[in-house]
Design a protein around this ligand. Sequence first.
Ligand code: NAD
Length: 568
Amino acid sequence: DGDPSEQWQEYRGAPTGTDLECEGWRQEAALRMLNNNLDPEVAERPEDLVVYGGTGRAARSWDAYDAILAELRSLADDETLLVQSGKPVGRFETHERAPRVLIANSNLVGNWDDWDHFHELEAEGKIMYGQMTAGSWAYIGTQGIIQGTFETLAELARQQYDGDLCGRTVVTAGLGGMGGAQPLAVTMNGGVCIAAEVDEKRIDRRLETGYCMEKVDDVGEAIERAEAAREAGEAYSVGVHVNAASLLETMLEQGYVPDVVTDQTSAHDALEGYYPDGYTVAEADELREDDPDAYLEASLDTMERHVDAILAMQDRGAIAFEYGNNIRGQVQDHRGHEDAFAFPGFVPAYIRPQFCRGKGPFRWAALSGDPADIHRTDEAVLELFPEKDHLRRWIELAREQVQFQGLPSRVCWLGYSTDGEGEDALTERARFALRINDLVAEGEITAPIVVTRDHLDAGSVASPNRETEAMRDGTDAVADWPILNALLNCAAGADIVSVHDGGGVGIGNSLHANNHVVLDGSELAAEKARAVFTTDPGTGVVRHADAGYEAALEEARESGVHVPMEGG
Ligand code: NAD
């Protein structure tokens, strides 16, 4: 990738305040969000342009990064920039309502859509891994995933226990960009978390940012401390500096079975995301460099042991689920493991009922850089949705316990459900966005707010081992939906639209789309927000209605979403 660009060294995060480097706020928002993704407080390895999720990058090379900035600075209000796998490749006159930036990352044609071909092209500098929010400039650090993790565990607690995790232990691994949210999400639900992580620096980072409470090297010591907290009914988390497979096997040898077992190592990428057992991080990094084939074999061997240990814990009574890193698919595809899918993925288990209602993780960032602007948006959420106790609990907990990283931001799950009937009916997301746009116009918020979301959303992903696992009508691998979602986002006037391959499950395993809308207080922003925040969650409702989910059909009827061949 070359040496980090001078411009990046100078910024070290997003520019803030109300002076613009670009010709308008839409271009400026793209420039700030790209730089926010690469803020050392936000990204996992910004000097290599890696944001999170294995090798998810924000730009293909430092030259490409500089070129994107130059394009954004001179981009007119009626032009659209094309970014192909992290490199600017074209710019056209379009019109003011059109997106300012269109992004496609990591996409390959079906028969060529695998890691081998991807790695060949990547080595030649012709493609980049965009992950989900890395290459679409929508990552906001671990704060972005925390609510999803919190909600998933809360749903598990509702289904299995008395609604919280008090007196329960969750064992997991991976304290990276997203996985690092796990200990805090467990303690926010009142439980105890033991998390394995091979890279000590990652544990330290979670300790510094308040996501994890303690660090130990010894598995026995971790179990002892966790048990003491569990018995006392206290929330507690500990990072264990050890390989995940080894943690689980040691626990089994000691006859210890947790209540819940899952994993968030970057198993989707056996070469650059997952660490084989028996090596330090430095030794493994050297092996990868010297002999990638040997690394792959060792990595898959460890993954197989890891899955076997999860299955053994499940046999002994633990609740096991995969947390969207494709570890089951990896050992099934590369080790012929027949029982890998004997534990479920988290989407069918805990998230799909929300997707049927168009509900998903929706996030926004304050371009001013001023935390007070996000606090004002928190109040707006509470004012707009006073009946949602769960949302209130989330906003209150987040305010207390979630530190900002980079641009102050907030996440919350909102969906389609409209507040009435007829043309004036607004979806939850549109109500929120229009209120924020008004607050910007009134000067109560000091600079525009950019609203975006995870690619993991109701209507924006095809991913048979994750978001569309076990769809009711067998359409897990049908990828027309994310493409329609992206096209519709453009038609509705989103300011940035992206389509990626790979995401959290690896090349060839998913297609997904994303959008941004810049709320600058203008009438144009209000029009765009009203349209995008109707069509975007709306595709989630129609996708699940088409698959025959009753909750989605009901949502469509209640909220007036037109489904042409309902039931056919
Ligand atoms: P990351 O690459 O930033 O972090 C992964 C971490 O795992 C690293 O810190 C690494 O040192 C550690 N690790 C790797 N192999 C290990 C092993 N064998 N034992 C112990 N530690 C090991 O990635 P991330 O952003 O945290 O994401 C992690 C994975 O979880 C990805 O595959 C991602 O797609 C998936 N994920 C999915 C969702 C979701 O909502 N579906 C959410 C979060 C993460």
